[in-house]
Design a protein around this ligand. Structure first.
Ligand SMILES: C[S@@+](CC[C@H](N)C(=O)[O-])C[C@H]1O[C@@H](n2cnc3c(N)ncnc32)[C@H](O)[C@@H]1O
Length: 336
């Protein structure tokens, strides 16, 4: 496995790299989009095949220097844009062979304690991946108890969202909450009775708050719709995801908009489904990392890879995807 390094202490192992490359078929050449550049592991691996062209995006300003190095090394074959991937259709034109998403955070972001993603941090509440509208400090100190509860319960699937949100409101009525360790203490106090030895008590709340600050579900839904628009017939969309909400969305999209969708949908009123399906038959089961990878690269343990192949049908907006996951999108739309 290839370890990508920005500085000696901060590095990222690309998750399921060989599986992503196997699904991408770079030997044939073509245009590949890496929507989540991170440490550049996927981009660099794709560029090691001679007839490939790679366009990479990332919302994080901190990856620009690594991307510039690749631009120098692979002149005319690599281009980077700092952008959210929901905007992909504003940056790129049609006829892309493969579009890849490796969702969530990189270890480079997680291990930089100043950014406030890790519960080990004693720094300020931030959690912005980049190009985000507000920080965690704004959210924690401005949202109502009901709003915080909803975010923690639905986006974090945290059963104790009620007591956690209550204790956040109580603490901030005494003093503004500004640091990560202050929030960790509030969560630990709230969950004292149910402390699990297996997972850190803050895991689910932190997941919820990170998703909310970065509008990750809205990014995913808009990102995969807009990416599908750009793929050529036979082109592939490949997604590595890390939690159950993401996987539910991806699975629904690929299954319900593929040619093997059996029941006619009310969102496809006139023509036969087959003529409107965005993808060829969706047969591939979820691909998981090997035991070897899980042992050497712990963050890969929850990874799931799915891919689908674009059909020759014209693009029709997949409204049922947005309808189906409206609950998450509405929570992310809460104003801070
Ligand atoms: C798991 S890392 C990707 C690692 C990469 N595959 C590698 O091999 O190094 C995810 C990256 O995607 C970026 N990212 C997450 N959501 C994004 C979005 N909506 N738009 C653009 N970039 C995003 C993050 O900033 C992070 O750098």
């Amino acid at each position: 496995m290839n370890k990508k390094t920005i500085s000696s202490e901060i590095s990222h192992f690309p998750v399921m790299l060989s599986e992503v490359i196997e699904a991408s078929l770079p030997l044939k050449g073509g245009t590949f989009v890496d929507c989540t550049f991170g440490g550049g592991g996927y981009s660099e691996a794709l560029l090691s095949f001679p007839n490939t062209k790679v366009i990479a995006l990332d919302r994080d300003n901190n990856v620009v220097s690594t991307a510039k190095e690749l631009e120098k090394k692979f002149k005319n074959r690599f281009q980077f844009y700092q952008s959210r991937f929901s905007q992909i259709d504003k940056i790129l034109k049609n006829d892309i062979d493969t579009i890849i998403f490796d969702l969530g955070l990189s270890s480079i972001q997680l291990n930089n304690l100043k950014r406030g993603f890790s519960f080990k941090s004693k720094d300020k509440l931030d959690m912005r991946m980049g190009l985000s509208d507000f920080s965690l400090k704004d959210a924690i100190n401005n949202l109502s108890q009901e709003q915080l509860k909803l975010i923690i319960k639905i986006l974090g699937e945290e059963n104790e969202a009620s007591i956690i949100s209550k204790n956040i409101i109580k603490a901030r009525s005494e003093k503004k909450i500004t640091r990560v360790d202050e929030l960790v203490k509030i969560i630990e106090k709230s969950k004292r009775k149910n402390l699990s030895k297996k997972i850190n008590p803050s895991t689910k709340t932190f997941q919820a708050l990170r998703i909310f600050v970065n509008k990750e579900i809205s990014e995913l839904v808009t990102g995969i719709i807009n990416a599908t628009k750009l793929l050529k017939p036979g082109g592939k969309i490949i997604i590595v995801s890390f939690h159950s909400i993401e996987d539910k969305i991806i699975k629904y999209f690929f299954k319900n908009y593929s040619k093997n969708k059996s029941k006619p949908s009310r969102y496809f009123p006139e023509e036969k489904n087959e003529n409107l399906a965005l993808f060829e038959k969706y047969t591939n089961k979820v691909v998981k990392p090997s035991i070897d990878e899980v042992n050497t690269n712990k963050p890969s343990r929850s990874a799931k890879l799915r891919y689908a192949t674009r059909s020759e049908n014209k693009f029709v907006y997949p409204s049922s995807l947005v309808q189906k996951f409206k609950k998450y999108l509405e929570i992310e739309a809460i104003n801070v």
